[in-house]
Design a binder for this molecule. Sequence first.
Ligand SMILES: [Zn+2]
Ligand SMILES: [Zn+2]
Length: 200
Amino acid sequence: MRDDELPRTGSATVHILQPGYAREDEDGEHVGSTVTLIRDGAVTVVVDPGMVASRASLLAALAAHAVTPESVTDVVFSHHHPDHTVNAALFPAARIHDHWAIYDGDLWISRDADGAELSPSVHLIATPGHTAQDITTLAATADGVHACTHAWWGADGPAQDPFAPDQVTLATSRARILALATVIIPGHGPAFVPDASTPR
Ligand SMILES: [Zn+2]
Ligand SMILES: [Zn+2]
């Protein structure tokens, strides 16, 4: 699906289960990814199941939306860093999506994530930058498109991603996302509405 064919509004609902963070404490470096719940019709999606400080707290946040772990139909990995992936097995019935495949039980279903549809209002696009295999989840809600992405760690970028092998590729992906999304849900911070100060 081309970008201009992707829905700008839709029936998805989006809730952040854990705003991500990365901080240095006395006992070491603490890292949690943003964990996001997206629902659209029969589809219940968790984008980036974490690292989290407490799996029980994550499941409690899910329960607050009347969602059981077994009812999660899809898990998306924004990319393959463990702080975004290690809790996938909390959701035993979920298909798992990454940049090049869907994993369903022991089925490895190869496909390109770019333009992949999870539901009429939830799509994936390839957004290399932070890693070469990054993807962004686009959820079209009544209020516009929410983009779950690691193209930004938080609202302030960083402008230069220290992990990115190629800043030009990252800038290209950021421009593509900004042309589509009204709200950015970044990898390690609260959601933000992009403006002139948003690193490109
Ligand atoms: Zn990462
Ligand atoms: Zn991360």
